[in-house]
Write a new protein. Structure first.
Length: 266
């Protein structure tokens, strides 16, 4: 097994999703697969219990690890501290430690201009992304300090470059970047490294969009200079594995753009 054997990672938004060719079809599930292959026990959260159950069955069967699934949804109307506290409590009760926290979950209403955005749409992005990262980081901190663990948060080129129709999503993601940098400063003394990934990967949602609306896909989705979209497991998940390795402990507070060259945009 890999260097993560015996360690525990919490990954939000990691229900099973696959492409038509059988590869991982979402970033969260790609990360979970990469971590499972390194021997980590996993706590995966999401809103869809069926996708969580499918992830648990496949990951445990293929990689001989233990997966704890917890239905959890941080939103404007929930008692979010209690939601996250439940995830952390079940994690500690089951595995006894937290070595890695990966804040991947995010919902948003894309394609809506700033002037037309509603408060509900804005809250959807902020709560599912920024607030979720805040609550999970606070709740996991004492356990990460014990293990000198790692936090990996997800931002986006939408925030870096101001993508049209993504004001709430961009605001949430830039908030997460700010939160990450502060945590990197405050938690370095505890041996916790905290970094950000801005990814671009081929997902089941993109695949469905291409199949359903080929003309719209051709006009709006641009292949990066690398000539292909990232593989959710091999080109996103594997980087998440490395960021939790001893080789990268000195790197903290950094933003990595895994966008096949699109991250170079001015």
């Amino acid at each position: 097994m890999g260097f993560l054997t015996g360690k525990t990672a919490i990954i939000t938004g990691a229900g099973r999703a696959v492409l038509s060719d059988g590869r991982c079809g979402s970033i969260g599930y790609g990360i979970a697969t990469a971590y499972a292959k390194e021997g980590a026990n996993l706590v995966i959260t999401g809103r869809n219990e069926a996708k969580l159950a499918a992830a648990k069955e496949e990951l445990e069967r293929l990689y001989n690890i233990k997966v704890l699934t917890i239905q959890a949804d941080v939103n404007a109307s929930a008692d979010n501290e209690a939601v996250v506290a439940n995830v952390v409590k079940q994690t500690i009760d089951t595995f006894g430690q937290i070595d890695v926290l990966i804040n991947n979950a995010q919902a948003s209403a894309s394609g809506v201009s700033l002037a037309d955005h509603t408060t509900e749409q804005f809250n959807l992005a902020l709560y599912s992304g920024l607030y979720a990262a805040f609550y999970y980081m606070k709740a996991c901190y004492p356990y990460l300090a014990k293990t000198k663990g790692s936090v990996i948060n997800f931002a986006s080129g939408a925030g870096l470059f101001g993508n049209y129709g993504q004001c709430a999503y961009a605001a949430a993601k830039e908030g997460i970047r700010g939160l990450t940098r502060v945590a990197a400063t405050e938690w370095a003394k505890d041996g916790i490294n905290v970094n950000i990934i801005c990814p671009l990967a081929w997902t089941s949602q993109l695949e469905q969009f291409q199949n359903a609306y080929p003309e719209a896909f051709e006009k709006n989705v641009h292949t990066p200079p690398a000539g292909h979209f990232g593989d959710a497991e091999l080109e996103i998940g594997r980087v998440c594995v490395q960021l939790a390795s001893p080789d990268f402990k000195y790197m903290t507070g950094e933003t990595l753009t895994l966008e096949g060259g699109l991250g170079q945009r001015p």
